[in-house]
Design a protein around this ligand. Structure first.
Ligand code: NAI
Length: 446
């Protein structure tokens, strides 16, 4: 599951050859390590609104190096473009060109971020046009960035401002190495709920989390990341993966629950296990999933039913049990793993894409139920991630999957895990019903 090509073109001779031949040159991404600064280099906050002023003041209070005006030829860690008051398309040019002048000064692994408002709530057609224009602008700009730099956007719903807790949490996430493989994406902050952690190194301290499919791959990475961030873990996988599950559980000092999530009583079993050991359950991560790829013309009901049953029907049943339980009441968080296949579609994956589309539908419809309990439910949609699953893809197809995104490489399981840890945190409480892609900005499909 190593990307040998990326290693080669990041060394002396390989780098020169790739450059001469015009081949992809995937950068080494800036990934989070405990104790690492949020970002290296000054942050330029562009925009003349009160929202820009208060965001800049907040970032200063975090001891970050903040600029309100560009200093020529000074290397920048990040550029934040605050466009929270645009009322018509003509309002965009001035702040965008002010930021554009600094783009060449963005350091490798740098960040560009827009902070704006959703078009769906705009007071007029002109305001909706200006707001939606930010979407097209940011997604295109992200495709122009190089050196492992990324571009992402934060959308503030009515009543939410640039310093609301989850807006700040999203700024932190996008600035940090935790978002290394999230590129060209928007996240909506819908309410002022959420609370920034007093200890940024342990944002999940005191929380009890369940992760399904945790014996290997992305699930094992989620377990390690949640434990690093302070959570206590219950890890679930099928009995056949019992040894691997026990090894991961030992490593993260959690407990193992051998359980097929497609069993009708799976939700009850999970609740009983968590309640007996910890008195409650705070975070549910639905990661377990399977593929049974076949062209639809060759598919019978077997692979269709098993994929639908494990990837979506099981999650619906487990959520129903959790929502009815008194043990799932303390700022509950659910995060589901979807897939970009469920957004863009994938040949040979009608069953899988249907199930992952189902996950996204479920998340959006369940959001109000979680909000009523002071909680949230969100999904992450990974693109090409370096795992045993993708290592089995034939070479040529695998290379295409890997390179056809803005960062020209596959993501790591830890990239998906970091995004899940962010959505599971108290700070992200104002983010609900969202699907956040972890795909390096796939160039194909939606
Ligand atoms: P994997 O196949 O390596 O791991 C999945 C785990 O889920 C395994 O340990 C398996 O035993 C467990 N599992 C399967 N059925 C189960 C059941 N009925 N009950 C309990 N556990 C069960 O897969 P990987 O790559 O780690 O994927 C994890 C999630 O990420 C899946 O939902 C997958 O669809 C999704 N995903 C993966 C991508 C990738 O590039 N690897 C891309 C997009 C989404």
């Amino acid at each position: 599951m190593t990307d040998k090509y990326a290693q080669l073109v990041n060394q002396g001779l390989g780098r020169n050859v790739a450059k001469k031949l015009g081949l992809p040159q995937p950068a080494v991404l800036r990934r989070y390590e405990p104790g690492q600064p949020l970002i290296t280099g000054p942050i330029l906050v562009q925009g003349g609104t009160a929202g820009a002023d208060s965001l800049a003041a907040e970032l200063l209070s975090w001891d970050l190096d903040v600029r309100r005006h560009a200093v020529p030829r000074e290397k920048l860690g990040a550029i934040i473009l605050v466009l929270d008051e645009v009322a018509e398309p003509d309002d965009l040019g001035k702040p965008i060109f002010a930021a554009a002048a600094s783009l060449r000064d963005l350091a490798p692994g740098g960040r560009v971020m827009t902070v704006s408002r959703p078009a769906s709530d705009a007071p007029s057609p002109a305001a909706a046009a200006a707001r939606q224009a930010v979407d097209g602008f940011l997604r295109s700009l992200a495709k122009e960035l190089r050196g492992g730099a990324t571009g992402n956007g934060i959308l503030l719903a009515p009543g939410v401002n640039t310093t609301s807790p989850s807006a700040l949490a999203a700024v932190q996430f996008f600035l940090s190495g935790r978002s290394a493989f999230v590129d060209g994406q928007f996240v909506t902050v819908s309410t002022t709920a959420g609370e920034l952690s007093a200890d940024p190194g342990k944002p999940l301290a005191g929380r009890v989390a369940v992760v399904t499919g945790a014996a290997r791959g992305i699930g094992a990475a989620i377990a390690r990341t949640l434990q690093r961030d302070g959570a206590t873990l219950v890890l679930v996988d099928i009995p056949a993966a019992g040894d691997q599950l026990a090894a991961v559980a030992n490593e993260v000092r959690g407990t193992a629950l051998q359980l097929d999530i497609s069993r009708g009583d799976a939700g009850q079993r999970i609740l009983e296990h968590a309640a007996q050991r910890h008195g409650r359950l705070d975070i549910m991560v639905h990661n377990a999933g399977i593929t049974r790829d076949k062209l639809l013309a060759n598919m019978d009901e077997g692979p269709w039913n098993s994929v639908i049953n494990i990837n979506i029907a099981a999650q619906l049943r487990i959520n129903e049990a959790l929502l009815a339980s008194e043990h799932f009441r303390s700022s509950p968080r659910i995060v589901s793993v979807a897939s970009t296949s469920g957004i863009a579609g994938n040949r040979g994956q009608t069953n899988y894409a249907a199930s992952k589309g189902g996950v996204m539908g479920m998340v959006r419809a369940t959001a109000p139920l979680l909000a009523a309990q002071g909680g949230s439910i969100n999904a992450v949609a990974p693109g090409f991630i370096e795992t045993e699953m993708t290592a089995r893809i034939p070479f040529a197809l695998r290379e295409m999957g890997r390179r056809l995104n803005s960062l020209q490489q596959g993501g790591q399981p830890s990239d998906v895990a970091e995004t899940i840890a962010f959505l599971a945190s108290d700070a992200a409480g104002g983010i609900n019903g969202e699907v956040l892609r972890v795909c390096g900005q796939n160039l194909v499909g939606a």
